[in-house]
Design a protein around this ligand. Structure first.
Ligand SMILES: [Zn+2]
Ligand SMILES: [Zn+2]
Length: 274
């Protein structure tokens, strides 16, 4: 969205927010249509969330409009992100994307495990609200108390963004914001698109499918909702570094919290056992 001279009409933070809203609510509505029309039943792994789309939506919109948007505008006004070079080089682009993934993993893990799940803080910060859902209706990805939304969604996005030096590269910012929205929706949709990938292959093909499953499954965050003590930042689109390092990945911990000897299968990690 630019004027005749090529400059942006909207501040980049606002444009990025607007595009993220279109992606979030567009893809969220598509998942909602799948739920209502009973589409893709082979991939729907969990019963549909008991709270309806319209029961979830107001809190989601409140968080996005009154917490995420002002925070994005603030970092632009302070010159911390969304400002600088209009374009970054290809290598910088790729490295910054990787750094965003790692940064998101670390910040979300610390905030989620050590603050939001701290006894006494869980309800006070509104994380109990999020855990009242079962990760089975896409739009519930942003259904949580305001402090929780700030710690679990806004901070893991904006803190790394201020460090990667992506300047005002429009395509970078739109890509990061859109991928983040899609990842969150998918993890909370109750759908798992890795469900039909072959499991009976061995050798190189077996390893290939195992790798594909590990990248496409939504199981990790579903297990976080089910058990509450695993996969604090591991999930779709996340490198899962902290959960692996601190041995809280869902496939490394048994149902009663005991460490498992080793993951069930695969070269990278087993998100898909059972
Ligand atoms: Zn969740
Ligand atoms: Zn949690």
């Amino acid at each position: 969205m630019s004027d005749a001279s090529g400059g942006l009409i909207l501040p980049l933070s606002v444009l990025t927010f607007a595009v993220q809203m279109v992606v979030y609510h567009g893809v969220g509505l598509w998942f909602e249509w799948c739920d209502r029309a009973g589409r893709l039943p082979a991939y729907k792994m969990r019963a549909v969330e008991r709270m309806s789309y319209f029961e979830l939506l107001p809190r989601v919109l409140f968080n996005q409009v009154f917490i995420l948007l002002p925070a994005m505008v603030l970092v632009e006004v302070l010159g911390l992100a969304f400002v600088g070079a209009p374009q970054i080089g290809a290598v910088h682009f790729v490295l910054a994307m990787i750094a965003m993934g790692v940064g998101h993993d670390v910040v979300q893990y610390v905030a989620h495990r050590f603050v939001l799940h701290r006894p006494g803080l869980m309800r006070r910060l509104g994380h109990g609200v999020h855990h009242s859902t079962g990760a089975s209706r896409a739009v519930s990805a942003c259904y949580m108390g305001a402090p929780d939304f700030f710690l679990e969604i806004v901070l893991p996005y904006l803190l790394p963004l201020t460090l990667v030096g992506a300047g005002a590269d429009v395509s970078f910012h739109l890509l990061v914001a859109s991928l983040g929205a899609i990842g969150g929706l998918y993890e909370h949709s109750g759908y798992d698109f890795s469900a039909r990938l072959p499991r009976d292959k061995t050798g190189l093909r077996g390893r290939f499918y195992a790798l594909l499953r590990s990248f496409s499954t939504s199981k990790a965050h579903a297990e976080h909702h089910r058990r509450g003590n695993v996969s604090f930042s591991d999930g779709f689109g996340s490198p899962g570094i902290c959960d692996s390092m601190f041995k809280t990945r869902w496939d490394l911990v048994g149902d009663r919290g005991e460490p498992r000897e080793r993951p069930a299968e695969s070269p990278r990690r087993r998100k898909q056992a059972a």
